[in-house]
Design a protein around this ligand. Structure first.
Ligand code: PLP
Length: 410
């Protein structure tokens, strides 16, 4: 970080410094009220802003980074780009000193374009296309994950200088929002054979990674996974392999009280299982933690139908757009009208549809809202994780058309 406060560094960051940044006051206002009033000022001062947009608060990322550093001082965060690849978010994280978890050629290109050094990137996709591995080789990204023998052979062919992290399957029963263990990770009995496969090919295994699942609630999964990681370190030593030096504890973190609890579990488990290996570099791959609460969506009411006491509204973002998180990430929407509620205001049982002509495109149903009109706005909080990055162009509604206002609260 270069001079000044972290916020100053973020404002000068690539991906941020060429954007207009709106300042707004958090003051005595509750956080949500502050964002709400910023959104109000955007819609009143820019009459051209007649479609859905985001507000991204850089100060949130600065705060979350500080909290991470305090809670997990020995774990370097390598932000998982897939969670939200917005260049201003990536740039802010560059300025704060994060590393990056990339899963594809395009993600590696995006972070390199922001000035990130290849050594600060972990290519954390256990199963990669050959052309993408060759690209990693060209640009010098030399650390990737694997959980199959096929992958070792491919890395040997396409990028023999690359080092590996053996991805372990996370523990069961983490009560997670999104389970990744159904797809990735070596089973305990596969660990030794996978280590031997790398040894045979002469590819160095630098360490171990895991991902307990996104949005983990049962935090003991971190302890169990760290214990299993230590067993894999010991298995490599028993095979006469060079000492492992990287432990990648993956992502799954949720900002707030659960994060503090997770950090306590992790610090305890690191002391217990890795206390005798002080040279091991510990990294994490948080995605949701940094992105989720920093983005707020405002969607505009573009249509309305009244059926007796029932109200139906159409808005200009939906399940095929950034609200795909309802289906893909189990996001539970609690939209609130942008207009201040009036005391004693009557509410109606309402359905809110997305804009496409598909009947699956329903945002909420049986939801209580005051009477709204075409041109009114609904606000969705905590919309930064697995939203814009996974939207489509279905039916001619392009997710990338949703404008993102970069802002910072103080
Ligand atoms: C998606 C993913 C992450 C980020 O997970 P979060 O739950 O958003 O923290 C980290 N690492 C890998 C390998 C991933 O696939």
């Amino acid at each position: 970080m270069v001079g000044g406060s972290p916020m100053q560094a973020v404002l000068m960051a690539p991906g941020v410094k060429d954007r207009k940044v709106l300042a707004f006051k958090r003051d005595a206002l509750k956080e949500k009220d502050a964002v709400t009033s910023l959104i109000r000022s955007i819609v009143t001062s820019s009459p051209d802003q007649r479609s859905a947009f985001y507000v991204f608060d850089l100060a949130k990322v600065v705060d979350l980074f500080r909290t991470w550093r305090r809670a997990l001082p020995d774990v370097r965060p390598c932000y998982a780009v897939k969670c939200n690849p917005d260049p201003a978010l990536l740039g802010a994280l560059v300025a704060l000193g994060a590393g990056f978890d990339c899963a594809s050629r395009a993600e590696i290109e995006a972070v390199l374009a922001l000035g990130v050094q290849p050594r600060d990137i972990v290519y954390a996709n256990p199963c990669k296309a050959e052309a993408h591995i060759e690209y990693a080789s060209e640009v010098g990204v030399n650390l990737t994950t694997y959980d199959s023998e096929e992958e070792v052979a491919k890395v040997k062919r396409c990028h023999p200088k690359c080092e590996l992290l053996l991805r372990l399957k996370g523990p069961e029963g983490g009560e997670v929002r999104v389970d990744l263990g159904t797809k990735y990770g070596a089973l305990p009995e596969e660990v030794a054979p996978l280590l031997r496969a790398a040894q045979r090919e002469g590819i160095n295994v630098a360490g171990v990674s895991f991902h307990v699942g996104s949005g983990a609630c049962r935090l003991d999964v971190y302890r169990e996974a760290i214990e299993a990681a230590r067993a894999a370190f010991d298995a490599a030593a028993a095979l006469g392999m060079p000492p492992m030096r990287v432990l990648d504890i993956g992502g799954g973190f949720v900002a707030g009280a659960t994060f503090d609890e997770a950090a306590t579990v992790i610090n305890g488990a690191l002391a217990e299982h890795f206390g005798d290996l002080p040279c091991v570099e510990v990294i994490g791959e948080p995605g949701r933690y940094f992105a989720e609460s920093a983005f707020t969506l405002a969607a505009r009411v573009i249509g309305k139908r009244t059926r007796g006491e029932v109200r139906e509204y159409w808005i200009d973002d939906g399940l095929y757009g950034s609200l795909n998180c309802i289906m893909m990430d189990h996001y539970v929407p609690h939209p609130r009208p942008l207009a201040s509620p009036r005391p004693g205001e009557k509410t109606y049982t309402s359905t809110v549809f997305g804009p496409t002509c598909d009947s699956l495109d329903v945002v909420v149903t049986g939801y209580h809202l005051p009477e709204m009109s075409v041109g009114d706005w609904l606000v969705f909080d905590d919309m930064g994780a697995y939203t814009t990055g996974a939207g489509s162009n279905f039916n001619g509604f392009a997710t990338s058309d949703i404008k993102i206002y970069v802002a910072y609260s103080s």
